[in-house]
Design a protein around this ligand. Structure first.
Ligand SMILES: Cc1cc2nc3c(=O)[nH]c(=O)nc-3n(C[C@H](O)[C@H](O)[C@H](O)COP(=O)(O)O)c2cc1C
Length: 205
């Protein structure tokens, strides 16, 4: 384990339970791998440029990978390629992923670069690696208390798989309303993560 890519999609990472949990995970990894290099991509604090005509044209016509229109896409894909582990901390927004995270997908899920297209459809070109997605939500979308659908999980799982990333784990922090609920949700998520060999040493409180 050498390189970790942390993607934050919360507009308020300082208080985001998912983002704070991601940093707990990093802390436990750093204790086991002191030389660990972290690349943090704050999609909310430093928003990616909206997609323009240049990018859309470059994607739909033959364009060299080093063309200026693909510069940002290339940079984001290289971050992904270099990572041995990807952590995505994201809220659920309106039953799905925040726009900032969808925009990241639009830059990294790129034909001829992270997937190819043939008779069998889209085939991922990235070597697989573990991806942990920490999802915070105000309400519940699983189990008996679920009162809303979850379009985030199936969409993100499919988008990542299209690039070749299948080793994807979703950890949910649900019902994040008030301090007590946040403590409970985070403790449950932590206990679940502590069972994963990759996060051995995570302190469960
Ligand atoms: C624009 C917006 C849409 C939201 N939509 C949902 C939703 O569909 N379901 C839900 O359970 N919570 C929803 N929430 C609440 C957030 O998921 C919740 O506050 C979560 O804790 C935010 O995570 P964060 O602190 O990591 O940003 C929404 C919040 C915002 C700001």
């Amino acid at each position: 384990m050498r390189n970790v890519l942390l993607i934050n999609a919360s507009p308020r990472p300082a208080v985001s339970q998912a983002h704070q949990l991601a940093h707990e995970l990093l802390g436990s990894l750093q204790r086991r791998h002191p030389a660990l290099a972290l690349t943090e991509r704050d999609l909310a604090g430093q928003p990616l440029a909206p997609l323009g005509a240049d990018y859309a044209n470059a994607l739909t016509t033959p364009t060299p990978f080093d063309a200026p229109e693909l510069k940002l896409s290339e940079a984001l894909i290289v971050e992904l390629e270099r990572s041995d582990l990807v952590l995505i901390a994201t809220p659920m927004h309106n039953f799905t992923l925040p726009a900032a995270l969808k925009l990241w997908i639009d830059y990294v899920l790129r034909i001829h670069r992270t997937f190819s297209y043939g008779a069998d459809g889209k085939v991922g070109l990235l070597p697989d690696r573990p991806v942990y997605v920490l999802v915070g939500s105000g309400g519940f979308h699983r189990g008996e208390r679920a009162r809303q659908p979850d379009f985030l999980t199936p969409y993100l799982r499919h988008a990542l798989a299209t690039m070749g990333l299948f080793d994807v784990h979703f950890i949910y922090l649900e019902g994040l309303v008030g301090e007590a609920a946040a403590v409970t949700a985070r403790a449950a998520a932590r206990a679940q993560l502590a069972l994963e060999p990759i996060f051995q040493g995570l302190v469960v409180t």
